[in-house]
Design a protein around this ligand. Structure first.
Ligand code: 13P
Ligand code: SF4
Length: 300
């Protein structure tokens, strides 16, 4: 492993590359990344980096988002088949049909979407800024795609908005149930409950803190509490343990996202050596997706 780490470090210098990794990636990938974070934090870094090459360790919509923000840079997705299941649940034609049925409504889309779907949105959002994005919209009627749980959560915090929800969901977060949280709470009654808003509403109701992966880490770091129940993907354990020594974290053990674990140190070495596979998007899609994604990075 040491050999691989050294190889990555020298290839990174040679290519003037930056490595971005999502909070759900493998521990060894997080440890060699220049930045580990949530979708918004990583997009902001991608938007401002002066590196020539961005290696995006996570799922493909994240690398595509970095490319939309930086059309002239080389963006590499080490595992080009690491597709987020939710991102495949609402295509561009579905959004066009929703617009036809709801004239005058704005389309707010979760960043967990393909580039072609983003091209049909008015604005994108992440779990970190969803409430600010929805409440910033002039329109009262908001078509929200693809995540019905995130859309319902945003609607519950913005009662003046009429949320028109698409039926998508994250299978990983959907597998976490309120009973699982109750069971963990019985075992650890003093634990604070941190919940990702991709979870079902019944799980969100159990939360002390609701937020993106980065917000969960920040809350655990800053809290005086010593124990936490964490309703999100298991990859989060690595940073939580690293950044919160002496604290304990309990996860529902069902929440494992296989595609987030596809990127390995070997695949990072391979892509830096071969400078492939590079993200390439049709120009018209990239151009139309730019404004919704750029707006997303400006609402924090
Ligand atoms: P955040 O890290 O932005 O909270 O997103 C979670 C997620 O599911 C990414 O796919
Ligand atoms: Fe997609 Fe869910 Fe995996 Fe996140 S955890 S990448 S939303 S399938």
């Amino acid at each position: 492993m040491e050999n691989l780490r050294e190889r990555i470090s020298s290839l990174k210098k040679k290519r003037n590359a930056i490595i971005l990794a999502h909070n759900y990636t493998l521990p060894e990938v997080q440890d060699i990344a220049d930045l580990v974070g949530d979708s918004l934090g990583l997009s902001l870094e991608a938007a401002k980096t002066d590196a020539d090459v961005i290696v995006f360790c996570g799922v493909t919509f994240m690398a595509e988002t970095a490319k939309i923000l930086n059309p002239s840079k080389i963006v590499i997705s080490p595992e080009p088949d690491a597709h987020c299941a939710m991102a495949g649940m609402c295509g561009p034609e579905d959004i066009k049909e929703m617009r036809r049925r709801n004239p005058g409504a704005a389309v707010v889309g979760y960043v967990n979407s393909t580039a072609a779907s983003k091209a049909e949105m008015d604005v994108c959002c992440t779990s970190s800024n969803v409430l600010d994005v929805v409440s910033s919209m002039e329109e009262q009627d908001i078509i929200f795609v693809p995540d019905s749980n995130l859309g319902a959560y945003a609607g519950s915090r913005a009662p003046s908005k009429n949320m028109i929800l698409w039926k998508g969901f994250c299978p990983i977060h959907q597998s976490i149930t309120a009973e699982m949280i109750d069971d963990l709470k019985r075992e650890h009654p003093d634990a604070l409950v941190l919940v990702h808003p991709e979870c079902r509403s019944q799980v969100i109701e159990k939360a002390d803190v609701i937020g993106s992966t980065e917000m969960m880490i920040r809350s655990a770091r800053e809290s005086d509490n010593k124990e936490f129940i964490v309703a999100t993907e298991l990859g989060m354990k690595h940073r939580l343990m690293k950044e919160c020594p002496g604290k304990s974290f309990y996860f529902p053990d069902v929440a494992l996202c296989g595609v987030m674990k596809m990127t390995t140190l070997n695949s990072i070495v391979r892509c830096l050596e071969t400078m492939s596979p590079q993200v390439s998007l049709p120009a018209d899609i990239s151009e139309r997706a730019y404004n919704p994604v750029k707006r997303m990075t400006e609402i924090k």
